[in-house]
Design a protein. Structure first.
Length: 195
């Protein structure tokens, strides 16, 4: 089982789930799996309304949301992930204003549009990140990245975000592929603890 399960609430995305929850679908999600709502420049009021309807545990923000915006969501009691698109010109100093109002950062590949590109960025760029907010790696991660994940080291790194590398079609995942990958990642993690 994944630790988190994402729902895209960005109408322009091909993975948009709609704003009305399906009680049957929500009932199938184990209590141990945290529900994540992914938003792009949505109004804070709409984010909070959808979070309540869908009983979201986490809000993941992929637009130009300000630190004040993040604080409003954070102060409501919801965990906040703020995504940042990273390339060689990314200024890590811009993250300082988000410390204390975001629980996690999500570092993704810079693309022309918000959301995933299906491409990886140069993870070595994260050597420039020395902040206190823990982060997740995102951007084009697939089954052939196990060795790179095993070799990646950073004090604030907490996990990975997978998506398009495991899709059969938009919003349709290859469940067996995801299950196998999660099992391999957990095995690598456990082996790392033993070393």
């Amino acid at each position: 089982m994944p630790d988190y399960l994402g729902f895209i609430f960005y109408p322009k995305s091909k993975r948009f789930v709609g704003f009305e929850p399906s009680p049957e679908m929500l009932a199938e999600i184990p209590a141990s799996v945290k529900k994540v709502g992914v938003f792009v420049n949505e109004s804070p009021e709409k984010v909070l309304e959808i979070s309540k309807k869908w009983k979201l545990d986490v809000v993941q923000l992929h637009g130009e949301e300000s630190p004040g915006y993040c604080r409003q969501i954070h102060d409501s009691g919801i965990t906040v992930f703020k995504a940042f698109s990273v390339d060689e010109s990314f200024d890590f100093a811009t993250l300082n204003a988000y410390s204390g109002v975001c629980d996690y950062f999500l570092f993704d590949t810079k693309g022309l549009l918000p959301g995933g590109t299906g491409q990886k960025f140069n993870w070595q760029l994260l050597e420039n990140y020395s902040g206190n907010v823990p982060f997740f790696l995102s951007g084009g991660i697939g089954t052939n990245d196990l060795e790179a994940i095993q070799n990646f080291k950073h004090l604030r790194w907490r996990g990975i975000d997978i998506n398009s590398g495991f899709e059969i079609g938009p919003a349709l995942k290859d469940v067996e592929k995801v299950r196998t990958f999660i099992k391999e990642i957990r095995r690598l993690h456990e082996d790392g603890i033993k070393d």
